[in-house]
Design a protein around this ligand. Structure first.
Ligand SMILES: [Cu+2]
Length: 191
């Protein structure tokens, strides 16, 4: 059962033929041609994300222990224009909620929120902002080294909602949160 499930995932993931062609061209002609092709493809067909000016990265989640059916994923999102994260989904679980985590009287409390603001041009790391994507009803244990597909629903300004595909890499059960490197990068640019 879990084997067929994992196969299902891979069906979801990521490289459709158009994207494979882009990868091939990337190798053949270098980044400029690939970028032009990628822009054209995303405009003409699927990846509304690129056309919408939204980038995601750094997605990760801890491997789950036996019997654990929930886990919180972290991710960074940068939107060119002011936008709002309003939902997420994954084929790996029944439902994904947007959660905030706060300390109250020495207790960690998680609560669902309906929206997470994405200010224009600002890289928002969910974890650093006190949020995570709560994956509820995991269909199979998450194993280190796997990649979990995520689809984000993001409202652009006051306008339409786009679906953005991203991933969370499954890290070991004891993985520490990766350090955000924003400051380092800033320092390097200044030097
Ligand atoms: Cu949670």
């Amino acid at each position: 059962m879990s084997i067929s499930f994992h196969n299902n995932w891979r069906d979801y993931v990521y490289f459709n033929n158009g994207q494979k062609e882009i990868m091939r061209n990337f190798i053949r002609f270098g980044w400029l041609a690939a970028a032009i092709l990628a822009g054209f493809t995303s405009y003409s067909s699927h990846a509304a994300g690129n056309a919408a000016g939204i980038e995601t990265g750094g997605g990760w989640i801890r491997a789950t222990a036996p019997g654990q059916d929930q886990a919180g994923a972290d991710l960074s999102i940068t939107s060119r224009q002011s936008a709002t994260l309003i939902g997420a989904s994954s084929p790996a679980c029944r439902t994904v909620q947007l959660h905030t985590m706060t300390m109250e009287g020495g207790m960690m409390r998680m609560r669902e929120v309906k929206e997470i603001e994405l200010p224009a041009g600002k890289r928002v790391n969910l974890r650093d902002s006190g949020y995570h994507l709560m994956m509820i009803g995991l269909k199979a244990p998450l194993k280190e080294g796997e990649t979990v597909p995520l689809t984000l629903s993001i409202r652009l300004g006051k306008g339409g909602v786009v679906k953005i595909r991203s991933v969370a890499e499954v890290k070991s059960l004891t993985a520490a949160p990766p350090r955000e490197t924003g400051h380092q990068q800033m320092n390097m640019q200044m030097n």
